[in-house]
Design a protein around this ligand. Structure first.
Ligand code: FES
Ligand SMILES: [Fe+2]
Length: 373
C-alpha cells in the first residue's frame, strides 16, 4: 500500500495491535493433490507465504520512539499498543501523565490495554482490579489482606521511560532495559503558536529502521526513484547519537500551483537532523518554509511504523502556502516511491558500493551504536 493514511487533527489513536500488517497482493493458487489438481477458488499469495529465513538479522535498536501524538491520548484513556515486538499498554493518568508499560498483569496475565481503566494516578487491571502506578508498582490488591511477595515491593510490570516532546509521546526502548543515554530533541517550531498544527501522515512498512533511514544518505537513488534533477551533495556531521546532513541540490522548485516547475532549476537546501534511530527533523530552505518531524518506531523485527508531521508558518502568503503544500505532497509521494523497494529488497551486509554513492558505509557504522547484542 503506497498511499499513506492521512490523519486529521481530530482523531482517536489507532492501536497498533491488529490489522497493522497490510494485505499482501494475491498471487497464484497452489493445487491441492487430493483435489486432482483443481485450483481452489480462493487465491493465496505465493510470493510471501512459506518457510523463509527472517529478512533481517539486526536486533531492534535502542532509542526513543514515538508511540502516539499527545492529542491522541486524553486523561483517563487506556490504549493497547504493539511495538518493539512486545504487547504494551499506553495510558494517561488523571494528572495527565502519559506512560507506556508492558501490557500483561503479573497476577493472571490480563492485558491492561483491553478494559483496564484509570483510577487517579493508577491503572486498574480489568480482570481482578489490581492497581498499578506509572512506575509499574502494584499499589493495591483490593480483595487481599496483604500483597503477594512477587508484587509487594518495587516494580512488577516493566515501565518504559516515557516523555512528551514536540506534541508526541515517546518511549525509550533498550533491549536490556537500561536507562536512557540521550534525550529526545525539542524542535521549537512545533510548539510555536505562529506555526501551524501538524499535517500528519503515517505508514506501516515491511522493513527495519536501519534500512529505511539509509534512504537519506543513498544520494543516487534520488535521481532514479524520485526523479531529482541531480545527485544531491551534502555535508554529514556525526556527534554521538546525533547526525546531521546539510544538502544543497539544484532542483526544480515547487511553483505557486503546488507543482514542480520542470523548466527551472534553483538551489534547494535541506537540513536533516537525526537524534538516535527514531527521530528525524528536516528544515526545508526553499521558496517557502516547512519543518518536518519524522518518527520511525519498530513494530517488530520486520515492520516499522513511520510518521511524518509537517508544520509551516501561519503567516505565509497564499502562494507560499500552496508551495509549502506542494513540498508536503512531494515528500509523501517520495515515501510511496520508496516503499516497494524497501519492502522487497534484501539487506546486503557487504554492498558493492561505487565512488558515486553517498556515505552509506559511514551511516551504517554510525547506526551500529544503537544495537546491543
Ligand atoms: S489478571 Fe490482573 S488483577 Fe488478575
Ligand atoms: Fe527515497
Amino acid at each position: 500500500m503506497a498511499a499513506p493514511k492521512q490523519k486529521s487533527t481530530e482523531h482517536s489513536i489507532q492501536p497498533m495491535v491488529e490489522g497493522v500488517l497490510r494485505p499482501r497482493p494475491i498471487g497464484d493458487q497452489l493445487f491441492a493433490p487430493e483435489q486432482g489438481g483443481t485450483p481452489a477458488v480462493e487465491k493465496i499469495d505465493t510470493t510471501t507465504i512459506g518457510k523463509r529465513a527472517p529478512r533481517y538479522e539486526m536486533p531492534i535498536p535502542l532509542g526513543w520512539f514515538c508511540v502516539a501524538y499527545s492529542d491522541e491520548l486524553a486523561p483517563g484513556q487506556v490504549v493497547p499498543l504493539r511495538y518493539f515486538g512486545e504487547d504494551l499498554v499506553l495510558f494517561r493518568t488523571e494528572s495527565k501523565v502519559a506512560q507506556v508499560m508492558d501490557a500483561h498483569c503479573p497476577h493472571l496475565g490480563a492485558h491492561l490495554g483491553y478494559g483496564g481503566h484509570i483510577n487517579g494516578e493508577t491503572i486498574a487491571c480489568p480482570f481482578h482490579g489490581w492497581r498499578f502506578n506509572s512506575g509499574g508498582e502494584c499499589v493495591e490488591v483490593p480483595y487481599a489482606s496483604r500483597k503477594p511477595a512477587k508484587v509487594a515491593t518495587g516494580q512488577c510490570i516493566y515501565s518504559y521511560p516515557t516523555v512528551e516532546r514536540n506534541h508526541m509521546i515517546w518511549a525509550w526502548y533498550h533491549p536490556q532495559r537500561a536507562a536512557p543515554s540521550f534525550e529526545v530533541e525539542e524542535v521549537s517550531e512545533t510548539t510555536d503558536p505562529n506555526w501551524t498544527p501538524y499535517d500528519r501522515f503515517e505508514w506501516s512498512i515491511r522493513t527495519v529502521l536501519q534500512e529505511a533511514a539509509e534512504n537519506g544518505v543513498d544520494t543516487a537513488h534520488f535521481v532514479y526513484v524520485h526523479s531529482s534533477a541531480g545527485i544531491p551533495k551534502g555535508v554529514v556531521t556525526l556527534d554521538g547519537p546525533r547526525r546531521s546532513t546539510d544538502v544543497v541540490s539544484q532542483n526544480s522548485p515547487i511553483n505557486e500551483h503546488g507543482k514542480r516547475d520542470l523548466e527551472t532549476l534553483m538551489p534547494i537546501r535541506l537540513l536533516t537532523k537525526n537524534c538516535g534511530p527514531g527521530q528525524t527533523m528536516q528544515w526545508f530552505y526553499y521558496n517557502c518554509e516547512t519543518v518536518m518531524i519524522g518518527t520511525v518506531t519498530p513494530i517488530d523485527h520486520e515492520h516499522i511504523h513511520l510518521r511524518f508531521a509537517f508544520t509551516q508558518p501561519k503567516a505565509q502568503s497564499s502562494a507560499e502556502a500552496v508551495m509549502a503544500k506542494g513540498i508536503i505532497d512531494n515528500v509523501v509521494e517520495q515515501v510511496g516511491q520508496d516503499i516497494p523497494i524497501w519492502e522487497h529488497k534484501k539487506y546486503q551486509p557487504k554492498p558493492a558500493l561505487c565512488d558515486g554513492d553517498g556515505p552509506i558505509a559511514q551511516y551504517r557504522k554510525w547506526f551500529q551504536q544503537f544495537y546491543v547484542s
